[in-house]
Design a protein. Structure first.
Length: 85
């Protein structure tokens, strides 16, 4: 199979990906990208139920007025990021 790329911006993105990953060729870079995407798709599919449950819980909290006010959101997120894992 031959693939032609007519979009210079896309070609540049692929070249940057080749350089960033140390791939030996466009084919190798595309293979890595596909593997990563497939892994992400599998993870999302396997965790869909838990993700949807968390979203529902968050919406319920917002409906009850338990959300974080916008003026305190940045400080709250900074605090979360600062916590050790």
């Amino acid at each position: 199979m031959n693939i032609e790329i007519h979009d210079p911006a896309l070609e540049a993105r692929i070249r940057r990906q080749i350089h960033a990953t140390g791939a030996a060729s466009a084919e190798e870079a595309l293979l890595r990208l596909l593997e990563t995407q497939e892994e992400q798709d599998r993870w999302l599919l396997e965790n869909r139920e838990a993700i949807n449950a968390k979203i529902r819980r968050g919406i319920e909290q917002l409906d009850r007025g338990e959300g974080i006010p916008e003026d305190r959101l940045d400080a709250y997120l900074a605090e979360l990021k600062a916590r050790p894992e």
